[in-house]
Each structure stands twice: as C-alpha cells, then as structure tokens.
Design a protein around this ligand. Structure first.
Ligand SMILES: [Zn+2]
Length: 87
C-alpha cells in the first residue's frame, strides 16, 4: 500500500471495533485557540483549514508550526475530532 492511499480530507481508521461514534457532547463543539491546553488527548482538526494534529493531555495546542491561513479561512480554531482513551 502506498502512502497516497492514506491521504484523504478526513481522518481514517481501519478497525471499526476500536472506534465508536460518540453521543453529542460539548467537548466536540468547543473551539480552542492556539496555545490553549485542551481537556482531552486526541486528534484535533482546525475549523479554518482542515489540518489535523494529535494532541497529548496537558500539552498546548500548536500555533507556530501551523500553516498560514488565508483571510477566508479566518483564525486558527482547533476542535476535538477523536478522543484518545488513555488507560
Ligand atoms: Zn488551520
């Protein structure tokens, strides 16, 4: 399998037994600014440009490494996409 088969506009998973659709929850609606420290570890998606990043618990969300936005994309707003369960 080439890496290009894994390049999509949305997050991918393979084993459906290990991921589950969440019930509606405020955690998925909140927008975080660059440098803020979110409540959950997981994958965050920028509401402006669609870029996705992995964030560890207790670590600030990135700003400087993030791509430049066009004026139409607005500011960087990170939204929780997938919660990583840490046991
Ligand atoms: Zn962005």
């Amino acid at each position: 399998m080439s890496a290009s088969n894994l390049e999509e506009d949305v997050a991918l998973y393979m084993d459906g037994n290990l991921v589950k659709e969440a019930k509606p929850h405020e955690a998925f609606k909140k927008e975080w600014k660059p440098g803020q420290t979110p409540d959950y570890a997981g994958i965050y998606r920028c509401a402006g440009c669609g870029d996705e990043i992995a964030s560890n618990k207790g670590v600030q969300l990135p700003s400087q490494n993030h791509r430049q936005h066009s004026p139409a994309q607005g500011s960087i707003r990170w939204k929780l996409l997938v919660i990583a369960q840490q046991v």
